[in-house]
Design a protein around this ligand. Structure first.
Ligand code: SAM
Ligand code: SF4
Length: 317
């Protein structure tokens, strides 16, 4: 479907749960989220109905996310059914990787083609600090499991935080030499209320280029990341800069939260409920949500926080 600004919307990000086995400081409060009654969340049947409706309206790429999608009990069955929906050409999943040693191969068999894995630091103490609950070894085991399972593409996502991991840009980028992976640096977005980060944590992605003078620009692959490559690397470096160089004019996505709300824009509070709707009603709601996509998310900074109205684990980043 084409929105009011001429943008073709062909990408759905489906959050299958708000829950997570980590508590990353930029994403979730320390106490986690209140587990809601089952009745308040989308059922598997409703998720599948939504994917079918979305595909009938032109969605071709589906990303399963969360919260942490791998803590969802029926994740393999959701992936298998979603992969089989007519029109869905690309099934991707974003994970913190902790449960990949058990689940990477089953996910691949269930039809997941591409995997994004979040990894902000290669320092064990810093990993434990930023995730509050995880260990670096678990994440690295997850990365190895992903590589062994034979996904078409594995991308590592690192949220760039001034004073935390900006000194690790070369080490993180070097993963593209050690493994056949892309490493993408993502600007920290101000989403948590009473933000724990000081203004100098919000650094622009261009800092990555300053730290990697040997990185050569590459042609875009049509995604939101600006691409670069190190000499002798097996994968690209990606810069995702929602703050310093937003890509709203190329936005091709819509989000569905685990509690059934379509979000036309990550940073807007406007939402459309599809829980409990039949196919025709859902299709109408998808159309309304796509036509409600704003031209742009407006200014975002430490002083001008997102108006998303939810933390990232409750949106589906
Ligand atoms: N649990 C999975 C994971 O961590 O990959 C999937 C969900 S998580 C919300 C998706 C992505 O959002 C992660 O790569 C995470 O780093 C990113 N994210 C969460 N909060 C963010 C923030 N405030 N700014 C930038 N990226 C954020
Ligand atoms: Fe969990 Fe992912 Fe949020 Fe970290 S970024 S708390 S792993 S949902």
């Amino acid at each position: 479907m084409i929105d009011n600004y001429g943008r073709q919307v062909h990408y759905l990000r489906l959050s299958v749960t708000e829950l997570c086995n980590l508590r990353c400081r930029y994403c979730m409060p320390a106490e986690g989220v209140c587990k809601k009654p089952h009745g308040a969340m989308l059922t598997q049947e409703e998720m599948l109905r939504a994917v079918e409706v979305a595909a009938s309206l032109g969605i071709r790429k589906l990303r399963i996310t969360g919260g942490e999608p791998l803590v969802k009990r029926n994740i393999l069955s959701i992936c298998e059914q979603a992969a089989a929906v007519e029109g869905i050409e690309e099934l991707c999943l974003t994970t913190n990787g902790i449960l990949l040693p058990q689940l990477a191969k089953p996910l691949r068999r269930a039809g997941v083609q591409r995997l994004n894995l979040s990894l902000d630091t290669l320092n064990a103490e810093k990993y434990a600090h930023i995730t509050r609950l995880g260990t670096l070894q678990q994440a690295l085991d997850g990365l190895h499991a992903a590589l062994e399972a034979g996904f078409e593409k594995v991308k590592i996502n690192a949220v760039l935080m001034g004073g935390f991991n900006d000194d690790e840009i070369p080490a993180l980028a070097d993963l593209t030499r050690q493994y056949p992976v892309d490493v993408r640096f993502i600007e920290l977005m101000p989403l948590l209320q009473g933000d724990a980060f000081t203004p100098d944590a919000y650094i622009p992605c261009d800092r990555v280029l300053q730290a990697l003078p040997e990185a050569a620009a590459q042609q875009s692959d049509g995604g939101v990341a600006r691409l670069y490559r190190l000499p002798d690397a097996q994968g690209n470096i990606g810069l995702i800069s929602p703050i310093s160089q937003h890509f709203c004019h190329r936005c091709n996505r819509i989000r569905l939260t685990a509690d059934g709300w379509l979000k036309p824009c990550l940073h807007s509070g406007e939402e459309f409920l599809i829980k409990g709707l039949d196919k025709d009603e859902m299709a109408e709601m998808f159309r309304r949500a796509i036509l409600a996509k704003p031209a742009c998310h407006g200014e975002l900074s430490a002083h001008s926080p997102s108006r998303a109205g939810r933390t990232m684990n409750r949106i589906g980043g």
